[in-house]
Design a protein around this ligand. Structure first.
Ligand SMILES: Nc1nc2c(ncn2[C@@H]2O[C@H](COP(=O)(O)OP(=O)(O)OP(=O)(O)O)[C@@H](O)[C@H]2O)c(=O)[nH]1
Ligand SMILES: [Mg+2]
Length: 295
């Protein structure tokens, strides 16, 4: 039996969360076209006949402007330490840049095999793949490289089998039926945050946190009350929208996904509150469950 840990690391928007969802075949991590979507580690477990792989999705590594972002980068750096294999996930449509250099140096230091996961090949012609790939390969001797389309979720069998070959012998840590170990309320809050990321623009999505304030299973389903936190009154007005239209749109989209996740009818009430500069207050960031917490 093989058992081991694999970290998915890279720049924001590279497709790490899309890939972990594809690997575990379930949507455990939220995805959006906006950078810095993922704010904390998310574990996804894959079982084969004779192996268990614990994948960890991480926040995209970027230049931090707030304490929240510093802690997101720390989370990624922390996960990379102590895994058996690192997938460096890169957006193949983008040329190699200084951000890539930074990420590459970080993963090199971990001292474990690094797979280059060259993503979004569905948007590329073959010669573009070869060009961009060579600019990565001349910089580091990657243990393996895989051109993939995480979005199209083509077969990951090759990737999984190759990964298993790099893992040590060991016993499974999770029961086979577990796909992710993130708490249920965290996943519910993340679903709501994903809808905010899709529905709002500029600084609003990044200034938003979501907490589940109440969840009660009743005989015909589940009642959930969630609080959306923003940093400024202007952002609150945007999230609520004209006569509550934006909040309604977010609520309808989130409820649909939550019902699918919980498998029951859901009544979802959303509220919005201003929490000034929460992104720079450690206790708030910890309370909302984002970023690395120093022990
Ligand atoms: N065309 C195409 N788009 C993709 C692919 N993989 C991901 N995307 C898109 O890229 C965007 C970012 O995807 P995410 O999975 O959220 O990226 P991430 O690396 O987790 O980003 P952060 O959480 O911000 O670090 C989304 O709009 C995805 O739909 C792919 O293989 N092909
Ligand atoms: Mg992500």
């Amino acid at each position: 039996m093989k058992f081991g840990f694999v970290a998915l690391a890279g720049r924001p928007n590279a497709g790490k969360s899309t890939l972990i969802n594809g690997l575990v075949n379930e949507k455990i991590a939220i995805v959006s076209p906006k950078p810095q979507t993922t704010r904390s580690e998310i574990r996804g477990i894959v079982n084969t006949e004779d192996a268990q792989i614990v994948f960890t999705d991480t926040p995209g590594i970027h230049k931090a402007r707030h304490r929240l972002e510093t802690r997101m980068n720390k989370e990624a750096a922390n996960v990379i330490q102590g895994v058996d294999v690192i997938y460096l996930v890169t957006d193949g449509t983008k040329a190699f840049g200084t951000g890539d250099e930074f990420v590459l140096n970080m993963v090199k230091q971990a001292g474990v095999p690094v797979f280059l996961i060259f993503n979004k090949i569905d948007c590329l012609r073959k010669e573009q793949v070869l060009n961009h790939l060579s600019s990565w390969q001349e910089r580091y001797a990657f243990a393996e490289f895989f051109p993939v389309s995480a979005l199209k979720a083509d077969s990951f069998d090759d990737l999984l089998n190759t990964t298993i070959a790099y893992l040590p012998e060991g016993e499974a840590m999770y029961p086979r039926e577990i796909v992710s170990d993130n708490p249920e309320n965290f996943r519910l809050a993340e679903i709501i945050r994903e809808k905010i990321l899709y529905c709002t623009e500029e600084e609003v999505p990044h200034a938003t946190a979501v907490i589940i304030e109440r969840k009660e299973y009743v005989k015909d389903g589940c009642e959930i009350q969630a609080m959306i936190l923003v940093e400024k009154p202007g952002q609150k007005a945007i999230v609520i929208g004209k006569q509550g239209s934006m909040l309604k749109k977010i609520g309808i989209a989130a409820r649909k996904d939550i019902e699918q996740f919980l498998g029951c009818h859901v009544r979802l009430s959303l509220f919005v509150r201003v929490e000034k500069e929460w992104r720079d207050i450690d206790s708030r960031i910890t309370q909302y469950g984002y970023g690395h917490v120093d022990e």
